[in-house]
Structures are given as structure tokens and as C-alpha cells.
Ligand binder design. Structure first.
Ligand code: PDD
Length: 278
């Protein structure tokens, strides 16, 4: 498996991360996951724009231009030959003796890897998935795509243990998002999702659905928090994400959404999203 460290090609089995990298010691860094379709990165400018925002919010200096980052993605695609897959990119604050406050002289470190796509989702895009609702135990800056994913990891593991595809997180009685996806529902022909506040990650897939796909379909959108009961009573529900794409949700906490089958608007959104890719 191939990777890049500050633009240098490495094998992923090589030892490339120093023990005192702040990403390793504090989770002090940010990341992006970009999908590869037909040998090309999808929505790369959106991902890199969000990466720069995450860096800014954490006061990590920007040391790579968009052109350089796009070039590194191209190298990984070229060298791996992967046509369907995903690129993982992370930037940490860099290497320094361990103290909580920012080191004065450290240079951020960029590491990247590329992997072929997981084919496990295929049947689930057809049939839909079950989700479990869980308390959102994360911090209050979920808008930053930080390496710190403990709340997300614990939620996803709990979902897996209960035979669910995703854990849907609930804060103060309102659904925020999935552990690695955004949550949507359809009610009376209107598309609902949590607003892009500090409580959720503003997903690139979410943005594309709200700004391109829904308007094209003439689907009205409301960004407003809602309860689990409201979601269970929806006509349709689904998750969105880079690797998740548009994933129908047919059961929430064991309760069927509508008749427990994938709804027509979700199908339309899946098809229209696919058209964006091609
Ligand atoms: N997860 N919300 C959370 C908490 C996420 O981790 C993700 C993405 C999303 C969807 O964002 P996007 O549409 O930009 O992928 C929402 C990535 C894929 C991951 O952690 O692997």
C-alpha cells in the first residue's frame, strides 16, 4: 500500500511517524477523505477548502498550496493505478517535545494514503440500512475535521455491535449527524437536515445534495434540528458521506421508517448524485 509523507512516496508499512508527532500524541491535526471515481478525485476543491478551514480553526500554519495538494493526489492515483477508491490525507501540527501549548518552531506534517473502494456498500445502497440512536458525547467543535474521533469511534462500534450500519447521534434531544455521515429525512416532500453549526461536520456530500442535487430535483430544503421521534415518523430517511454516498435508512432504533422500504425521493437523490459523479 502506497503513501506520501510531505510529498515523498513511501510504503505504508514503513515507520514514518516520529513518536513525538503531535498528531500521534495529542490527535493535534486534521484530515480529509476524498473519493476516487473512474481514476479521478471527486469534489477535490470542496475537500481542500474544508481542509484549509480546519487548519485555520486550529491555528495550524498552511504550508501547501491547493496546486501542491492536488498534485499529491494525482501522484497517488498514478502510482497506485487505483480507479475506484479513496485518498486519506492528514496534516498534524508537527513534531515537538510534548507540551500542550503550541510549539514555536514546528512545521506541520502531511501524510497521505490511497486505498481501493470497499464494495460492501453496494447491497446496502439498494436495500437500505438500520441505524441506532446514541447520545452525542463529542466535543463542541464538530465542524472541524479533527483527528480526534473517539466519540465517533465509540458510536460506530456500538452501532456495529447492535447490527446497525450507523450510530445516529443525539444532543439535547435533537439528531445532529451520524458518527461518520450526515443525516437527512424527507417529510411531506421537504428535505430536512441539521444546520451546519458547530455541532456537525459540514459534509461535502451534504453540501452537494443541498446546493446542487436538491435544487435540480426541485426539492425544497430546510436546515433545522429535529428529534428522533420526528425522524421515525418521516416519509424517508438517509445518510450522506464521501464513502457512504446516499445511504437509505429504513429502520431507526428498531422502528421502520414509513413501510420500511427505500423511498422514491431517496432513489431520485441517489440517481442524481450518481450523475454528478459521471
Ligand atoms: N467521514 N459527519 C462526520 C462526523 C464525518 O466523519 C463525515 C465523513 C461526514 C460526511 O462528510 P463528507 O460528505 O464530506 O464525507 C459527516 C469521513 C468519510 C471519514 O471519517 O472517513
Amino acid at each position: 500500500p502506497l503513501g506520501l509523507v510531505d510529498g515523498r512516496l513511501v510504503d505504508l508499512t514503513e515507520n514514518v511517524v516520529p513518536m513525538e508527532d503531535r498528531g500521534h500524541q495529542f490527535g493535534d491535526g486534521v484530515y480529509e477523505v476524498t473519493k476516487i471515481y473512474n481514476g479521478q478525485c471527486f469534489a477535490l476543491p470542496y475537500h481542500m477548502e474544508r481542509l484549509y478551514r480546519s487548519l485555520r480553526e486550529l491555528k495550524i500554519p498552511v504550508t501547501y498550496t491547493y496546486e501542491e495538494l492536488a498534485g499529491f493526489h494525482a501522484v497517488l492515483l498514478q502510482e497506485s493505478g487505483i480507479k475506484e477508491g479513496a485518498v486519506y490525507l492528514q496534516i498534524t501540527r508537527g513534531v515537538a517535545p510534548r507540551t500542550h501549548s503550541f510549539p514555536a518552531t514546528t512545521v506541520p506534517r502531511l501524510t497521505m494514503s490511497v486505498r481501493p473502494a470497499d464494495t460492501a456498500n453496494r447491497q446496502m445502497w439498494q436495500d437500505g440500512v438500520k441505524v441506532i440512536c446514541l447520545p452525542d458525547e463529542r466535543w463542541l467543535r464538530c465542524d472541524i475535521k479533527s483527528l480526534n474521533l473517539l466519540g465517533n469511534i465509540l458510536g460506530k462500534q456500538r452501532a456495529k455491535e447492535t447490527n446497525c450500519f450507523e450510530g445516529v447521534l443525539v444532543r439535547d434531544g435533537m439528531i445532529t449527524e451520524g458518527t461518520s455521515s450526515n443525516f437527512f429525512l424527507v417529510r411531506d416532500g421537504v428535505l430536512w437536515t441539521h444546520p451546519a453549526t458547530n455541532l456537525i461536520l459540514k459534509g461535502v456530500t451534504r453540501t452537494l445534495l443541498l446546493e446542487k442535487v436538491a435544487p435540480d430535483l426541485g426539492l425544497p430544503v430546510i436546515e433545522k434540528p429535529f428529534t428522533v421521534e420526528f425522524a421515525q415518523g418521516a416519509d424517508e430517511a438517509f445518510l450522506s458521506g464521501t464513502t457512504t454516498e446516499v445511504m437509505p435508512v429504513v429502520k431507526i432504533d428498531g422502528k421502520a421508517v414509513n413501510d420500511g422500504t427505500v423511498g422514491p425521493i431517496t432513489r431520485q437523490l441517489q440517481a442524481a448524485y450518481k450523475n454528478l459523479i459521471e
